[in-house]
Design a binder for this molecule. Structure first.
Ligand code: ADP
Ligand code: ADP
Ligand code: MG
Length: 672
């Protein structure tokens, strides 16, 4: 076994690989870009090498820089993770040439599966069933159109080099074909530099079931059962589970053996996944399954397989890469219990799942243990940048059966707190409580069919969350007043009272909150035992206490609630029963409460394009000074300084696209 491993990746997968390396007594070497100098994968590694600026093409995808770091660190092997260089045959070859072990299959196997059409042709030869369709080299428009007509609509056009759900177009009738073909070619060209396509029969009610395979250098190959990845949005996986619900042992075996056959056909080595599409339009019992593609790497969703088999797949990868035989034979592998994984993304479901960036002001997960596993590459205080995949974490649960695992999932999601970026956790929670999901009525159309129930309505923060916010503000004021009264001679002075005392008044006040740009005025009356608030025409009796750890114990009309409240310059964040509510505070004083040394980012209010940069790093500006102009939805928006301060760094240039929430300018607020 080699003693030093370079991990040519970042984020959760780099951290996950390091954990196994450490367990095996192998030194971990990380690589990082300028955007990742303080990232978790860097601080976790035994040694870390800087490899360039933030764009992946100049850092994580730059094979020469990665190899140079490997040589400089004395690494004997490179684990590519997933994405980036993991399915790059030329990189695998370059590793070989440099005498460094590429932890993955031989370059020839990567090539054989890299192009979907060639892979399918190979599978046909090896007797593995494929989706009926056209997968020849001839890319003539008429040839393709005739092929589609022959297959019968609907058909699916796929980019030959596609991945991550990109470059696909469903075509429902002959007259839509030409337009869809042009679209798929354009996307293939732009995303993968390859405009070739293949055509498949479009299955209307399919399940995505994939098989984990493993092969070594000694002629052994096994399958580690299947994962059901049917819960998808736009052909991208959202929830994965293992084993596939209701799959019969016979079909499991048939799929497993077909997958092993596919791997052997290309001289495979290491971990790989054969993705099958299963036509469940007539149920699952005798459903036909077809080879879709092979991913020649470790998969994002590999943890569910680890949870049900007890195998550490990364350990197997490292053993096989160093020449050892597979640790277990097929008969020694079995399934125990049920596992589910959800992918927690920094994205905004309410705004079409737009990626969201920003500072992770709070990041808390349920405690890990035999039932819960958290794979993440970020920590509280880290930033989600626009440069890489916006996945924050994978939350994986295990229990003896699917129902119990599902209950674990619900609880785990409720105990997940992410503040600072928008996330899909509420969306995932809604899937987890959906009765069709509980009944395992799965197919790839599930999310689209249920989208109205799964995506929360924008705006309208519940009264309860507004009451908790108002209470938190009132309690904070009370604490502050009590504190300042202590340092003053006369604690009984009316100037230190916070019961709304005013001349000629009887204890009234109001709290102004901002909910999705709407100002909500909450009249408050000070009572001997708390507050009376009027919210949305409801009169509530509210009292409570602020506790350590950002907790608040609130009593609202006799109901005791423990919630989490964070109050900062951005407003109040309430986390109540797993839901995160971001509520603004309409109060000029609040802006002045900003921590003196705080740094901040000026963020894009909506997705758009930078049309002018009006400042530069190192310049001191007054509050309101224009910094940048972003064009979005055909309008220009001037981005101004949020306070007096210093421009630390300008992060975008004219012509760059920005997402909503992207930090445009790093900004340091002046000390008061
Ligand atoms: P999985 O089935 O493991 O989700 P995907 O094909 O969706 O596989 O991709 C896994 C990871 O690789 C994702 O993070 C995705 O963003 C990334 N990825 C997929 N295709 C590419 C590509 N062509 N280039 C770079 N990264 C990619
Ligand atoms: P990618 O390389 O982007 O992962 P795949 O070929 O694996 O592309 O397909 C991604 C997803 O698209 C599948 O998981 C499935 O949901 C859907 N899909 C693929 N082929 C078909 C098909 N023939 N009919 C219906 N849906 C399909
Ligand atoms: Mg796929």
């Amino acid at each position: 076994m080699f003693d030093t491993l370079l991990i040519a990746n970042r984020g959760e997968i780099a951290c996950r690989v390091m954990e196994t390396a450490r367990k095996m007594g192998i030194r971990s070497v990380a690589v990082f870009s300028d955007a990742d100098t303080m990232s978790r994968h860097v601080t976790k590694a035994d040694e870390a090498h800087h490899i360039g600026p933030p764009p992946a093409s100049q850092s994580y995808l730059d094979a020469d820089k990665v190899l140079a770091a490997a040589k400089a660190s004395g690494a004997r092997a490179i684990h590519p993770g997933y994405g980036f260089l993991s399915e790059n045959a030329a990189f695998a070859e370059a590793c070989d040439a440099a005498g460094i072990i590429f932890v993955g299959p031989p370059p020839s196997a990567i090539r054989a599966m890299g192009e979907k059409h060639a892979a399918k042709a190979l599978m046909v030869e090896s007797g593995v069933p494929v989706v009926p369709g056209y997968h020849e080299e001839d890319q003539d428009d008429d040839v393709l159109k005739k092929a589609a007509d022959g297959i019968g609509y609907p058909v699916l056009i796929k980019a030959t080099s596609g991945g991550g759900g990109k470059g696909m177009r469903r075509v429902d009738s002959a007259d839509e074909f030409a337009g869809a073909l042009a679209g798929a070619r354009r996307e293939g060209k732009n995303s993968f530099g390859d405009d070739r396509v293949l055509i498949e029969k479009y299955l209307e009610i399919p399940r995505h079931i994939e098989v984990q395979v493993f092969a070594d250098n000694h002629g052994n190959a096994v399958y580690l059962f299947e994962r059901d990845c049917s819960l998808q949005r736009r052909h991208q996986k959202v929830i994965e589970e293992a084993p596939a619900p209701d799959l019969s042992p016979d079909i499991r075996k048939a799929m497993g053996e077909a997958a092993v056959k596919a791997a052997l056909a290309i001289g495979y080595r290491g971990a790989g996944t054969i993705e099958f599409i299963v036509d469940v339009s007539n149920g699952l019992a005798d459903a036909p399954f077809y080879f879709m593609e092979m991913n020649t790497r470790l998969q994002v969703e590999h943890p569910v397989t680890e949870m049900i088999t007890g195998v550490d797949l990364v350990e197997w990868q490292l053993r096989v890469a160093s020449g050892e035989p597979l640790p277990l034979r097929q008969e020694e592998l079995s399934i125990t219990g049920h596992a589910m994984e959800v992918r927690i993304y920094a994205e905004n479901p309410v705004k079409g799942f737009l990626p969201s960036t920003g500072l992770l002001k709070r990041l808390r997960f349920p405690d890990a243990g035999p039932h819960v596993r958290i794979d993440t590459g970020v920590e509280e205080g880290d930033e989600v940048t626009p440069y890489y995949d916006p996945m924050i974490a994978k939350l994986i649960v295990w229990d003896e059966d699917r129902n119990r695992a599902l209950r674990r999932l619900r609880t785990a999601l409720q105990n997940t707190q992410v503040v600072g970026v928008k996330t899909n956790t509420a969306f995932l929670s809604r899937i987890a409580v959906n009765s069709d999901f509980a009944d395992a009525n799965l197919d790839t159309g599930f999310i689209e069919r249920h989208i109205a129930e799964l995506v929360p309505e924008p705006g309208a923060t519940p009264v309860r969350a507004l009451a908790i916010s108002a209470l938190a503000i009132l309690l904070e004021r009370a604490n502050e007043a009590a504190f300042s009264a202590l340092g003053n001679g006369d604690p009984t002075s009316p100037w230190h009272q916070v019961d709304g005392w005013r001349m000629n008044d009887d204890g009234h006040d109001e709290i102004k909150l901002v909910d999705d740009e709407e100002v909500i005025t909450i009249p408050v009356r000070y009572m001997p035992d708390g507050y009376q608030m009027t919210i949305d025409d409801q009169i509530l009796k509210v009292n409570g206490e602020l506790e350590a750890g950002d907790h608040i114990v609130a009593n609202i009309d006799g109901v005791r609630i423990v919630a989490t409240v964070l109050h900062d310059a951005a407003g109040v964040t309430v986390i109540d029963a797993g839901h995160v509510y971001q509520i603004g505070v309409y109060d000029v004083l609040a802006a002045a409460e900003v921590d003196d040394t705080s740094t901040g980012g000026v963020v894009a209010p909506l997705p758009g394009k930078v049309v002018a940069v009006l400042t530069e790093a190192g310049i001191s500006v007054d509050k309101g000074t224009p910094l940048m102009i972003v064009e979005a939805m055909k309008m220009e928006h001037t981005i101004t300084a949020p306070a007096d301060g210093l421009v630390d760094e300008v992060l975008f240039a004219v012509g760059d696209s920005v997402d909503e929430g992207s930090v445009l300018v790093d900004f340091k607020i002046s000390e008061a």
